[in-house]
Ligand binder design. Structure first.
Ligand SMILES: [Zn+2]
Length: 649
């Protein structure tokens, strides 16, 4: 709708006529028919003629305050933007707070506008009903005009580009060794660089074409559909060889014999996650709801439990909005983050008050922050499933995006403590001292974690111990790599109740440090660390910090505020001397307590411990009844839940 390269004069008479029509149209009559009469070209069956639209949304106009009262000075804009402002912002009342929107309405521009709208609601300037109206208006407008303004295919998008094909052949020859390397990271990096150069050439060819709009807006992804159809299939992971097959051919080129396996693998990699993703994300939503439904905040916005304990959080630019309206301990003073000051928090590590460190059973306002008070929500645990909704969308989308990326993990983030007992050569991790890995025994429960004769694959977050040559421990720490790694097995695997124990002698190769960067690792993190683990895998106060590190390395954003993960940690990490209490009880009373001394409850235990109704709602009535009966016989009471309140009312 908004094309900056259009250089028509802003005084063209057609544009001015269009402006008058848009300004004079009553807001309640802004509808599909009106927009079609303005901007849709059509074929007239009666006259057999193709009719041009009277106006184009790109027609430039000079808009003045005497014509439109929501601007304070004349601005250069266009007809499309005027429609957006009148229909989406003026009609819903948001224009009073966010002003005239004169940006480019591509993916980033829309995200900016949405953020402004959301902030107007979060700061209580507008209510959620108006937010709903804005969302409806935005989506109506998009769907109404897509059929005549959105051009999804043109001849230029289909025709082969001979110079691109020639360059592709040259590059594959030049970089053959890297593409066939034994190191998956080397393979994916080389394939990625080749794709980038070729797609740069494609972009240059297409820039002036109508079909480019969809790509320029950020809605279509050049490095996905177009690349696969017309340039090259690229890197496809082969689960048998644990390497990538880098396929030079595109779908237009056709598949040769060597290409059959990787193309078939890519079909499976595409269809499988979306086929089972609905079920998996649904189960996770159910688990999180069952776990968190009893977490509540104190409705008094000035409540303060008196805790001085905090959790460390490093606030990345990409995730800053998830730390809004929270309280921080800055040199002994309580400082709240808000829309005006959040940028000052970016890029540094802060001490944040948290439900994980709240003394009270009902979380106080200092520890929870103000966001839920602004939203007038008390039963905050029930608001936490937006992350599983996002996960579901990622799984469904996975079939459309098979682009692969891989990363090397920076050495300094491998372990919780600084560690001089390992070394890294060519992305491979070697032991320099005798050491043991304690891999949680979740391989049977968690899909994607597995054990073979010579390897174990697991999320690399678990306890590690190093020893001197006499066999005495010299360092006990945690491996903290938020991704799936495959560990070599040299001796028989030892087992205890909670762990598989792998031993390494100095000089032995432990694993390759390349990980596939994918949202699947983020899902593994939630499953392993928060839901399934039966023993501590990470230091208590580091759990949210490590979760955001996991999201960042894997290029994922589950769109959940940090407090979601704090509530999860609060729920599943219990006081070992009395598991009906959260570990927050211990930590808030002794900020120097051992961060690994908590009892980690797997989610099933946590759900049944929470109360009878949680258990029944979780569809395990028999267990729920027996746990509840035992509790009653022992004279213990369980708390009420929001659902219980509704049922009893
Ligand atoms: Zn508190």
């Amino acid at each position: 709708m908004a094309n900056e390269t259009n250089n028509q004069p802003v005084t063209a008479s057609a544009a001015l006529a269009g402006m008058e029509k848009i300004l004079n149209q009553p807001l309640e009559e802004f509808n599909k028919a009106f927009l079609e009469s303005m901007f849709a070209a059509y074929f007239d069956k009666e006259t057999g003629k193709y009719m041009q639209a009277p106006f184009s949304p790109q027609m430039r106009i000079l808009l003045k305050p005497d014509k439109y009262k929501f601007i304070s000075a004349p601005i250069k804009t266009d007809l499309g933007r005027l429609v957006i402002n009148r229909y989406m912002l003026e009609r819903t009342g948001f224009i009073e707070h966010v002003g005239y929107f004169n940006g480019v309405l591509n993916e980033d521009g829309l995200a900016d506008l949405n953020a402004k709208i959301n902030n107007a609601v979060l700061t209580d300037k507008m209510d959620t009903k108006a937010l709903g109206e804005y969302i409806d208006a935005r989506d109506h407008l998009g769907f109404w005009v897509a059929s005549y303004l959105g051009c999804s295919i043109t001849p230029a998008l289909i025709r082969p580009m001979y110079d691109v094909r020639k360059r592709k052949n040259e590059l594959f020859k030049q970089r053959e060794a890297e593409l066939k390397s034994d190191n998956a990271v080397t393979q994916v990096k080389a394939a990625g660089e080749i794709e980038k150069e070729l797609l740069g050439m494609v972009t240059n060819h297409l820039k002036e074409d109508d079909g480019w709009d969809m790509y320029a807006s950020g809605i279509n992804n050049m490095s996905n559909n177009y690349k696969t159809i017309n340039v090259m299939r690229g890197a496809v992971f082969n689960n048998v060889t644990k390497k990538y097959d880098v396929v030079k051919e595109s779908l237009m080129d056709g598949i040769d014999q060597r290409g059959i396996t990787p193309f078939a693998n890519s079909v499976v990699a595409a269809a499988y996650p979306s086929a089972v993703g609905t079920a998996e994300a649904g189960v996770m939503a159910k688990i999180i709801l069952a776990l968190l439904q009893s977490e509540r905040i104190d409705p008094n916005p000035n409540s303060d439990c008196g805790s001085t304990a905090t959790i460390p959080v490093t606030i990345d630019k990409k995730y800053k909005r998830y730390f809004l309206f929270r309280n921080f301990n800055v040199n002994g003073k309580i400082v709240s983050s808000n829309l005006e000051n959040i940028d000052k928090f970016v890029g540094k590590t802060w001490q944040m008050y948290s439900p994980m460190a709240c003394k009270n059973p009902v979380i106080c306002a200092k520890c929870a922050g103000q966001i839920y008070h602004n939203l007038h929500a008390e039963n905050v645990g029930l608001l936490s499933t937006q992350i599983t909704q996002k996960l579901l969308n990622l799984k469904l989308k996975a079939k459309h995006d098979l682009s692969q990326s891989a990363a090397d993990i920076p050495v300094e983030t491998l372990f919780w403590h600084k560690c001089e007992y390992v070394e890294v050569k060519d992305s491979n991790l070697y032991a320099k001292a005798p050491m043991k890995l304690f891999i949680p025994r979740l391989l049977e429960e968690l899909k994607g974690f597995y054990r073979e004769a010579t390897t174990v694959s697991s999320m690399a977050m678990f306890p590690v111990k190093f020893y001197n040559s006499q066999g005495s421990p010299v360092l006990s720490t945690m491996m903290t790599v938020p991704g799936m790694l495959t560990f070599n097995v040299y001796d028989d695997i030892q087992e205890d109740e909670n762990y598989y124990i792998l031993s390494y002698e100095p000089g032995s190769l432990i694993c390759n440090l390349g990980i596939q960067t994918t949202f699947v690792n983020v899902e593994f993190f939630i499953n392993q660390i928060f839901l399934y683990a039966k023993s501590p895998q990470l230091p208590y106060k580091m759990m949210p910090e490590m979760f955001f590190r996991c999201q960042k390395i894997n290029g994922t954003d589950l769109t959940g505020p940090c407090i979601t993960y704090e509530l999860l940690a609060r729920r599943v990490c219990r006081d070992p001397s009395n598991t009906s209490r959260s570990f927050a009880y211990v930590y808030s009373r002794d900020p120097n307590c051992n961060q690994l001394a908590y009892t980690k409850q797997p989610y099933r235990v946590a759900v049944h411990d929470a109360g009878l109704l949680e258990g029944i709602v979780f569809q395990d009535p028999a267990k729920a009844m027996s746990v509840s009966l035992a509790r009653r016989l022992n004279g213990k009471k369980s708390g009420t839940t929001p659902l219980e309140t509704i049922i009893k009312a």
